[in-house]
Structure formats: C-alpha cells, structure tokens
Design a protein. Structure first.
Length: 337
C-alpha cells in the first residue's frame, strides 16, 4: 500500500514539474512543485523498507526520520508561499523575497526539529498551514480550479490537525515524530490529487467534448475542409477539442454564406433549445432549409462558443436519430414485385 501511495504522489509531482517546464515558472507554480515533491518524498520514506535501508546509512541519528520531518516542514513552507502568492496586498516584486525567507526559515526550523527541538518547527507548520487553509477556503468553488483547491485545503487541514496534536503532545512532555501518523499519508494523496485536478479534469472534459462533437464536426469538416489547418496529430487532447470548436464555428459561418447571402427575415427563437433544433435541420440539409443569417450561428448571449457547439452537437445527434431513414430504390422495386 505504501508503494502505491508513493507512486500516486510521485506521478502528481511529475505532472506539476512538466507544467512548470512547459510554462514560465512563477512563485506559485514553483511552490506547488516544492510542496508536492516534499509530500512525495515523505510518502516514500513512509514505506518501511525505504526507511529501513536509509537508516542503515546512519543508524545512530535516524536519517529517515530527519528527512521525513524536513520534508513535511518544507511542505508547509511551500504551501504557505502558494497561499501568500494570491494575496492582493503583497506586491509581486516582493513575493520572491518573501518566498526565499519562508523557505529559509523552514529549513532552519526543520533542522532544529531533527536536532531535538520540535516545538518551533511545529509552531511554524501550524501557522503556515493555517494561512493555507484560510486562504484556500476563500477560493473554493464548483469549478475545476475550485475543486482542486478544495482538495488541497482538505489535505492541508489534515496535516494542520496532526501538527496541532503533535504540538500539544510535545508541550505536555510526550515525544512526537512529524510524519509518523497515517494521517500524513492520507493528506499527501489528497494534496497531490488536488495539485493535478485541473489538468486531469480538463483532459477528461476535452475527451468528452470530442466524443460529443464527433458527428457534427465530421459532417461540417467534410463539407468545408478549408477550415482545418494541419492534421492536428501532434496536438494535445485539450487543444484538439478547442480546435474542433473553432472548426465547427468557421464551417457554420461559411455555410451561412459568410453573411453575404440574402436571408429571410426570421426572428431568433427565445429558447436556445429551439434555436439549436432548427439549426440541426439546417446543418443536415442546408439546401432544403431556409437560408439563415450568421446571427443564428452566433452563440447566444452569455454562452461560450464551446457550450454552444456542444448544444448544437447534441441537437444534431437527436435530429439524426429522429430523421426518417431513406428507402433504397431496389427495396421499393422488390416490394412492388
């Protein structure tokens, strides 16, 4: 089980590192990498076989425990830097300096924790993760980003609670090793999933969008192949879904004559569903349908092109299902005989 947890967290770490490598590094992106990397290191050290082999190198000092405590202290610091980066009161030029200070304090306190002075490090972890939970809770929403933040908040809250318990025990004279509780392992998994939630959900949504648009996109692209540039094979799933939306909108614009055809004066239906239903028939057979103006194909007010194209794709699929199946000529002749 420990190896599986480590694999999950390291996979999320690789995804975050790839994200930073593909885009310009910012204090927030770097902080996310440091946080999830620290959690991944801690998850690996939570595997008894790994900890045992590491302790054979320096059995007298408990090397695995020292690194484990440093990892969770650095996790708290990086999470705090990520939270601070979204504070509007902090000027951007000062953010890098604040990040360096927070990381330095975390390393110093982490060394002190490993050296037998755990209270200052535990206080730092509590303060840092309190800032993370409070800041993150303000940005939780029912959106891909909001759902990812909610997971990070939950994972950070678990580590915060474990740190508070450890601080109380240390103050009361009991010994407590940071990272020794199973709660830390659970928190590592939750935080790692939260850091890649947007990437994963966006990929799944793009796959779903491509499936929904498949029939509509194929019909319009075969009719107007000029709307496609390149084969798109080297593109990512998310970009292919975005390109498919653009292809459909461009093809609809061309089918409408690019606004240069004489059209009948028709009022747009108030219902978006009715408008999509009429457009579905027009897309299927533009010759037999009334000539529609480009105003018909524009997304309704307040609706994104992606949402509008998906609605059209659903309406077109329903239209194709309900359309009468044409009878072949040989079938008619055989029936007559």
């Amino acid at each position: 089980m420990g190896w599986l947890v480590a694999l999950v967290v390291w996979t999320a770490t690789g995804a975050r590192i790839g994200r930073v490598a593909a885009r310009q590094p910012t204090p927030l992106r770097v902080a996310m990498v440091v946080a999830v990397s620290s959690a991944a290191l801690a998850s690996t050290l939570a595997v008894p076989d790994v900890a045992g082999r590491l302790d054979t190198v320096a059995s007298d000092v408990g090397l695995s425990e020292i690194i484990l405590e440093l990892a969770w202290t650095l996790f708290a610091a990086a999470s705090a830097v990520g939270a601070i980066s979204v504070w509007p009161i902090l000027p951007r030029p000062a953010l890098r300096a604040v990040a360096v200070i927070v990381y330095t304090v975390a390393i110093v306190l982490g060394i002190g924790l490993a050296g037998g002075y755990p209270v200052p490090a535990l206080v730092f972890i509590v303060i840092a993760l309190t800032a993370v939970v409070v800041t993150g809770a303000r940005h939780v929403a029912w959106t891909p980003l909001g759902r990812g933040i909610s997971l990070i908040v939950v994972g950070s809250a678990i580590v915060l609670a474990a740190a508070v318990v450890g601080l109380v025990r240390e103050v009361s004279g009991e010994t407590w090793a940071v990272g020794s509780s199973p709660a830390y392992t659970v928190a590592a998994v939750i935080v790692s999933v939260g850091t890649v939630w947007v990437l994963v959900e966006t990929w799944f949504r793009a796959r779903q969008d491509l499936r929904r648009m498949d029939t509509l996109h194929s019909v319009l692209v075969s009719r107007f192949p000029e709307v496609v540039e390149g084969d798109g094979k080297g593109s990512t799933t998310v970009l292919r879904a975005s390109d498919a939306v653009a292809h459909v909108m461009d093809a609809l614009y061309l089918q409408a004559g690019a606004g240069m055809l004489d059209t009948d004066e028709q009022d747009l239906p108030e219902s978006t569903a009715e408008r999509a239903r009429i457009l579905a028939g027009w897309i299927d057979d533009p010759v037999a349908s009334d000539v529609l103006d480009t105003e018909w194909i524009a997304p309704p007010q307040g609706m994104s092109p992606r949402r509008w194209v998906l609605d059209l794709a659903d309406a077109y699929a329903d239209f194709r299902k309900s359309a009468p199946v044409p009878v072949k000529a040989d079938t008619v002749e055989s029936s007559a005989e």
